[in-house]
Design a protein. Structure first.
Lengths: 364, 277
């Protein structure tokens, strides 16, 4: 994290952290690639912020090692790691102007006055704060304060930028705008970004990879579509978005995929039944399911009754109950929903084989 | 039927007894003092003219300002160090600091002044010890001079400087300090460039309180100054009770009250009263 102007590569091996008897982080190993945009996602208390603080050097891990570009930095104090950091609530220096806030990390590094002036000027331009140089943080809007925080964290060209829920205080419109801005800054600087959030849509939209945390454990790491479409476990499946779960019996491998019985009908899955045999859960995202009059031969489908609908504008959310009582939600075109409801009783729920995935029965 | 009071009304009612007491016990009698300053011994501005020409009065005013300034700087600096420990130290450190801050409140100002005399006088503890170990041959003049007054007053006023400082330090967002360190700033640098400037309102408040208190100090300078470093309050006392010159004593009082009032007005332009507690 020391070499300026160069993205850092971080390796965490067996990191653990206890606060008294509370286990905040347990045996975490993770590689963060050069120039990657990694999101740490999880509910509050899941350990994601603790891990970020360990990366920054504000929290000392109880066990494990941390490497930056192959150098052991586990015991290096925060001021010597010099990762750029954007805090929740920004943590700007309230007694310094916008300019002085951004110049702070350069002054600490004893850069020449001319160099500081040039780089601060460039940074102010880049984050669109021209004309606000002399203002104090309290005179700025939330979005502008956010930009100052980003500029201050990036101006010294750190190897890694750490962001702790930076958008939680912004309203929805501004949030989208700042997300786009951050993506642009990531591309322009090429720096490694590690971003903490509890908002799954933010995580999926921004990152090159998502790491999902719960109860101090790292559950899964992967590209957004990977973790969304192929979650390793029930928690990840549910945390990343709405999901339908149907009980399966007699699951066994078949060719490149697997087969099983769903409500007494044979269904096939695109994924292998390596870890799951016999009873299992078939999980399918609502948007991958559709409704039709009758299941064609060889297509996955079960009978269900529509019970309720919610108009969402672009689509309608339809709640259904299967013959054996499982609750299912699908997102379908508005006219399909109207037709399904008017029929009153039975419709067919269908889905492509490769969009369903298997989770262990009953387990997490 | 229930009777509701607005917050403002409620606050006003709760403060009314104190306000009434202050008017009856201070403001009303003080008007009498103001009257004396213009009427004794003869009506006119004679006493205020004397204030401007009397060398003794002027030298006492200057000495008072000088002592108050030194006491303010030393007290606020010492209080700052104690408060940092009190607010940001480990639980054990906090307990010790709290003890040091609160204990002086339980001992009367008179007792403390005589305590300092016992420590600082020619045959006091400090001089006897220093002579015993051969560090000095003649006793140091530690009391019955400005030095003694400053020591005694500083000791008395440090706890009063602690509270506004603690209030400023408690309201400071820890993440700002983390941010400074994360951006590469050492602990020292973070303290001087971030922590101290961010507690500026507390420093101003503490300095004003100590300075204003110092201006009106009576007991401590009277005892530790030994009549040689007379401050304003003692001078007023002497003019009223010893060399009966009530008019001049009253005029000095009026000037002192106006000066303190102006300082307080200045203080409240920078600091909200709430920040002083």
């Amino acid at each position: 994290m020391q070499q300026p102007g160069r993205a850092a590569e971080i390796k965490a091996i067996g990191i653990g952290k206890s606060f008294g008897s509370f286990r905040a982080l347990d045996n975490l190993s993770l590689d963060i690639g050069r120039g990657e945009f990694l999101t740490l996602l999880g509910p509050s208390g899941s350990g994601k912020t603790t891990f970020l603080m360990i990366l920054a050097g504000f929290v000392q891990p109880t066990e494990g090692k941390l490497f930056s570009d192959g150098v052991d930095i586990t015991d290096r104090p925060a001021e010597q790691r010099a990762a750029g950091m954007v805090f929740q609530g920004y943590a700007l220096f309230p007694h310094m102007s916008v300019e002085a806030n951004i110049a702070f990390p350069l002054k600490v590094r004893k850069k020449s006055a001319a160099d500081i002036k040039r780089r601060v000027g460039e940074m102010i331009e880049r984050v669109g704060l021209k004309g606000h140089e002399k203002k104090l943080p309290a005179q700025l809007s939330g979005g502008q304060q956010q930009r100052v925080a980003l500029a201050r964290a990036l101006v010294f060209e750190p190897g890694v930028l750490l962001l702790d829920e930076p958008f939680s205080a912004l309203d929805k419109g501004l949030r989208g705008q700042m997300q786009a801005e951050m993506k642009r800054l990531h591309q322009e600087t090429g720096t490694t970004f590690v971003f903490v959030t509890h908002d799954q849509s933010e995580a999926l939209a921004l990152s090159s990879r998502v790491a999902i945390f719960n109860h101090g454990k790292l559950l899964q790491v992967g590209a957004p579509d990977e973790v969304y479409d192929r979650p390793d476990n029930r928690f990840v499946a549910e945390f990343l978005g709405e999901i339908n779960m149907l009980p399966l019996k007699g699951v066994k491998p078949a060719g490149n995929g697997s087969t099983g019985l769903c409500e007494d009908r044979a269904v096939s899955m695109g994924c292998k039944a390596e870890l799951v045999r016999g009873d299992a859960i078939l999980a399918i995202r609502p948007e991958y399911m559709s409704i039709s009059g009758e299941a064609a031969d060889g297509e996955n489908g079960i009978a269900a009754t529509a019970t309720n609908s919610t108009y969402l504008g672009a689509a309608t959310r339809l709640d259904l109950t299967t013959l054996q009582g499982a609750k299912v939600t699908v997102s379908v075109p508005n006219e399909v929903a109207a037709a399904a409801l008017s029929k009153g009783n039975s419709v067919w729920l269908t889905w492509p084989a490769e969009k369903g995935f298997l989770l262990p029965y009953g387990g997490q | 039927m229930r009777f509701y009071l607005s917050d403002r009304m409620g606050a006003a009612l709760l403060m009314a007894p104190l306000l009434l007491f202050l008017v009856l016990a201070y403001a009303w009698p003080f008007l009498g003092v103001v009257k004396w300053s213009f009427t004794l011994p003869t009506p006119g501005l004679g006493q205020y003219e004397a204030l401007l020409t009397d060398d003794l009065v002027q030298s006492v005013f200057i000495r008072t300002l000088r002592i108050a300034a030194v006491v303010t700087v030393v007290s606020v600096a010492a209080a700052y160090a104690i408060t940092v420990v009190w607010v940001r130290g480990t639980p054990a450190q906090r307990l010790i600091a709290e003890f040091c801050i609160l204990v002086p409140f339980w001992i009367s100002v008179l007792t403390r002044a005589f305590g300092w005399v016992a420590l600082l006088s020619n045959r006091g503890l400090i001089n006897t010890w220093l002579q015993a170990i051969g560090f000095i041959s003649e006793p140091l003049a530690l009391v019955r001079n400005e030095f003694g007054v400053i020591v005694g007053m500083t000791h008395f006023l440090i706890p009063f400087a602690v509270f506004p400082l603690a209030s400023a330090m408690r309201s400071l967002d820890d993440r700002v300090l983390l941010a400074a360190r994360g951006l590469g700033s050492s602990r020292m640098r973070t303290f001087w460039t971030v922590f101290v400037p961010m507690t500026r309102s507390g420093i101003i408040g503490a300095a004003m309180i100590v300075f204003v208190f110092s201006l009106g100090f009576f007991v401590t300078p009277a005892i530790l100054g030994g009549g040689r470093s007379v401050m304003i309050a003692e001078l007023i006392y002497l003019r009223i009770f010893q060399s009966p010159d009530w008019g001049l004593g009253a005029a000095i009082s009026v000037v002192l009250v106006l000066f303190v009032g102006a300082l307080m007005a200045l203080l409240f332009r920078y600091v909200r009263p709430k920040q002083l507690i």
